[in-house]
Ligand binder design. Sequence first.
Ligand code: PLP
Ligand code: ZN
Length: 461
Amino acid sequence: MLASSAMDHRCWLACIDPACGAKYDVFEVIYRCRACGQLLEVVHDAEQLARHSAAEWKALFDGRIRSTVWPFGSGVWCRKEMVLPQIDDENIVSMYEGGSNLFWAERFGREIGLPDLWVKQCGNSHTGSFKDLGMTVLVSVVKEMRARGQDIPAVACASTGDTSAALAAYGAAAGIPTIVLLPRNRVSLAQLVQPIANGAIVLALDTDFDGCMKTVQELTECENVYLANSMNSLRLEGQKTVAMEIVQQFDWQVPDTIVIPGGNLGNVSALGKGLLLMERLGIIDRRPRIVVAQAENANPLYLAYQRGFDRLEAVEAKPTLASAIQIGNPVSYERAVRTLREFNGIVEQASETELADASARADRTGMFNCPHTGVALAALLKLRERGEIHADERVVVISTAHGLKFADQKAAYHEGKLAQVLGHYRNQPIELPNQLDTVREALHRLIDLEQGGSRVAGAGQ
Ligand SMILES: *Cc1c(COP(=O)(O)O)cnc(C)c1O
Ligand SMILES: [Zn+2]
């Protein structure tokens, strides 16, 4: 019964300022409120959703996730009623996103006195970051709008990495032209190669990221081009499913603490939104604590937290290894503060050495972390040392991208070539002539092959 009930549900766009109260159709091309200029958010008819019991919703999601019934196998679209009920299944552009591994970080957790530590591997996804969760919704809406006869010849974004990769891939899968604006000579090969390979129109502009952002916004105002950047609230609807998926993966139990890296702060807002909807529907009955981790080089939320969230003071973000969160003036600041107040939130920061070391140290226990995950792990280490996170807590760290996107940076860490970083967990290849004796000699210097393989003290890091 429930499976065919998507048509009963609906959502709309609403101004985030309750005093304004303006509402818009979800398939309208609009990014900010026309009445007051504020951001918009997708609001669901919670009363209608609440007509089904929590048990019914859980059974529905358990039956759908990772199944082969289009489009419900996706971790996003198995929750279609709570994401975007009005869309035609034919117009959904999905690459089976979500359903990523929730990794029990047993060894790393034991090392830091936190045996119930988990890492949600959102980077194990089609384009290698959690941006897929949001982009499937945005591109699907564009496909639906085009099918309804709206004139949207292309979708554009300004991005130095994961957003452009996701937009280019989903656009290519749907046959919708995409345009990526990025700062010339300031993005790595890995960041450039995904949109190039997926056939996006890539414009490398003589400016920085903020310059690209300004231009893309102006472009979408004067041309028939749809804007895919973070003020577009549709993406958060997909991203909020990470909260639902984590709880589902714990057999509907809520963890104690969730640590998430934050830049523009859309993702933490989405996390909170998913949790609150589950609470409203009785799927969960308590709230986890949320920790946002920022790079010290781009820490406006951390600074505001130190001042009791009096107000946002934009900072000039300095370069950080965690390039996706090098943001000084976050779009979703207000949303994030609301979320942190609702979830007993903490904000912590990490220096370049702290984030690179935390990432490398966790890699030694079998992970392969991106620098943003490094920021989250470094924040976790600090909170654990200060006793703000207790040994018996169940903690989930949200890993936002795949480490392979940052292979150059990780190699530079191990070579000791990163500015601002003193690498404490470096590991280097040992170059030798191809002679058995030399190889054996070297091995005996490094590892005790008689005593169960323990590393010889001081050797090879
Ligand atoms: C986008 C992104 C973030 C930051 O998410 P916000 O919503 O901007 O806070 C963190 N890590 C990675 C890898 C990202 O791509
Ligand atoms: Zn408004």
